[in-house]
Design a protein around this ligand. Structure first.
Ligand SMILES: Cc1cc2nc3c(=O)[nH]c(=O)nc-3n(C[C@H](O)[C@H](O)[C@H](O)COP(=O)(O)OP(=O)(O)OC[C@H]3O[C@@H](n4cnc5c(N)ncnc54)[C@H](O)[C@@H]3O)c2cc1C
Length: 176
């Protein structure tokens, strides 16, 4: 989606990057860390926070629960592989993975489960969380367009909060 120009208080179509117009009665923007790129109102309010994570291959190690300590967690997927995450980095729109982060995560993982020292992480990746001050997402109507809403800024908890957040947006729209 492209940034919208605020020319009236009702939006009947949102332009895509391919210059198509997506028509609709209501629009909800859910572009996470990129929210300020399509709506100036969220400049410096929603910003990217990089999170890197590593994965260990399936092994004989069994975790019967998620282990958590000092902002760091280890969890086992059903397939047996173990995830160790994650970093919290204010580096802008940069999804690069770094050796420094891999080493730090590996060290923390070994501290929690020493047997992990026998395994090399087989994968590393990074994502950009939509950071917000105070950790409170924006679920609200646009300042200008009466039929545009935002549901963004869920920082570290967007997956957990998705069902409730979607309900909150729906309530706002239904109240109209
Ligand atoms: C390493 C890591 C671990 C995490 N672990 C957890 C966890 O265990 N539990 C949890 O609840 N949360 C977790 N999170 C946080 C969670 O991923 C986010 O809170 C969530 O993804 C935010 O959802 P969103 O839909 O707002 O944004 P996103 O998931 O970032 O989705 C936004 C989408 O919009 C697209 N987009 C951007 N600009 C445009 C545009 N102009 N037009 C169209 N599309 C666009 C992007 O490509 C992207 O696909 C984790 C995040 C990271 C990085």
């Amino acid at each position: 989606m492209r940034k919208i120009e605020k020319k009236s208080n009702y939006l009947d179509g949102w332009p895509t990057k391919n210059n198509e117009l997506i028509k609709g009665d209501f629009f909800v923007t859910t572009v996470g860390a990129w929210s300020s790129e399509i709506n100036d109102d969220y400049k410096n309010k929603i910003y990217p926070i990089r999170g890197q994570i590593i994965r260990y291959p399936k092994s004989e190690i069994k975790l019967d629960k998620i282990l958590y300590s000092k902002n760091f967690y280890l969890l086992q997927r059903k397939c047996g592989s173990i995830l160790a995450g994650s970093t919290i980095e204010n580096v802008g729109f940069d999804k690069t993975v770094t050796a420094k982060a891999a080493n730090e995560l590996n060290e923390k993982a070994i501290n929690l489960v020493p047997e992990l020292r026998n395994f090399k992480p087989c994968k590393q990746w990074a994502g950009l969380r939509p950071g917000v001050k105070g950790n409170i997402p924006f679920i609200e109507q646009d300042n200008n367009y009466k039929n545009v809403y935002i549901n963004s800024g869920h920082y570290r908890y967007g997956i957990t909060m998705a069902p409730k957040s979607a309900n909150e947006v729906l309530k706002l729209i239904e109240d109209k």
